[in-house]
Design a binder for this molecule. Structure first.
Ligand code: SF4
Length: 104
């Protein structure tokens, strides 16, 4: 609805009023609160896809502004270095099982 409000404001003229959708209409907290359940897209009677707008905005914040929450940045770093969201690499995933064997 915020996207619609903004679109109605600038219309097709593309007015540059110094405002932006992100920040002036939608907050980072709002886009981060979405669980990407897709219920809004499924419920829309005219096939608007609000989730796509949310994900693109979230991607913009992450890629262009490095503005994701700190806990997300830690996860991104882990994915980049360990190919998984955890702090350890794939070769260490089953270390916990070894500890179980030693306890028996
Ligand atoms: S996908 Fe839509 S319905 Fe689901 S949490 Fe995000 S905004 Fe809400």
């Amino acid at each position: 609805m915020d996207t619609r409000d903004r679109l109605e404001e600038v219309g097709e003229k593309g007015i540059d009023d110094g405002k932006s959708l992100l920040g002036d209409y939608i907050t980072k907290e709002e886009i981060n609160a979405c669980t990407s359940c897709n219920a809004c897209t499924e419920a829309c009677p005219i096939n608007i896809n609000p989730l796509d707008i949310i994900l693109q905005t979230r991607r913009y914040v992450a890629m262009e502004e490095s503005g994701s929450p700190a806990s997300w940045n830690a996860m991104f770093q882990n994915i980049e270095t360990n190919f998984a969201p955890w702090k350890f690499g794939a070769q260490d995933r089953f270390n916990w099982a070894g500890e179980l064997k030693e306890e028996q």
